[in-house]
Design a protein. Structure first.
Length: 238
């Protein structure tokens, strides 16, 4: 049986509509209006993906998010009425794979679910060669979806890994935000080009020794971002 999508939303009318659209797209959906019940369900059966409202009656959405993240490596989409850039950055900093602001189109949410699940699949990079930079300081392996610095695993979400992999695959190339959305995320929705900034900020926090003075992911003001690591030649010849 296919793993379910966990829908955590206390607005029952909205939940009914979202559930109907997702089921119409072929997904099995379990709906809960309380965070505690959703966590108990995830303990019994690992979700394919979770859609999480940040405003819940019994727990904060942030608390539920942290609990769910400890239960398995599945993507989480946040639903919220908070629309400021700072709040979106905070959501991505937690490790969210996407951030949807209410009100939203249920049809668009279905496409976002498909996009996030596609990014979570690792088969698209399985034939890529591992990359090594700066004499082995940083390694990035598309087959295992793992990045390591000084041999220590960097805990990246699938979305963050895709962004880092895209940048590092073409060192010195300057990527616009739109290019990163297209190549790393796969789908373009309103606000996605600005969400790249939040993902970059989160990657820097995990990757860089000094996130305020990054050595690997540089900002090209007015354009976008580029990767500055030196690719190890022995890795390319392997």
């Amino acid at each position: 049986m296919i793993h379910p999508i966990l829908l955590v939303e206390d607005d029952k009318k909205m939940a009914r509509v979202v559930k109907a659209y997702l089921e119409g797209a072929g997904y099995r959906v379990l709906h809960f209006d309380k965070g505690k019940d959703a966590i108990e369900a995830a303990l019994k059966e690992t979700p394919l993906l979770a859609i999480l409202d940040l405003m819940l009656p019994d727990m904060s959405g942030e608390e539920v998010f942290q609990e769910l993240k400890e239960l398995g490596d599945f993507p989480i989409i946040m639903l919220t009425a908070k629309s400021s850039e700072e709040e979106r950055v905070a959501g991505f900093a937690l490790g969210a794979d996407d951030y949807v602001v209410k009100p939203f189109s249920p049809r668009e949410l279905v496409y976002r679910v498909k996009a996030v699940l596609k990014r979570a699949q690792k088969a698209d990079l399985i034939n890529t060669e591992p990359m090594s930079f700066n004499n082995g300081l940083l390694t990035i392996d598309g087959q295992s979806y793992q990045a390591k610095k000084r041999g220590i695993l960097i805990n990246l979400t699938p979305t963050e890994f895709k962004v880092l992999f895209t940048l590092s695959s073409a060192p010195t190339k300057v990527f616009t935000r739109d290019e990163l959305v297209e190549k790393a995320l796969g789908y373009q929705f309103e606000g996605y080009e600005r969400s790249i900034d939040a993902h970059i900020k989160n990657i820097r926090q995990k990757l860089e020794d000094d996130p305020k003075n990054p050595a690997f992911i540089l900002t090209v003001y007015g354009v976008g971002y580029r990767f500055s690591g030196q690719r190890d030649t022995k890795n390319r010849d392997a």
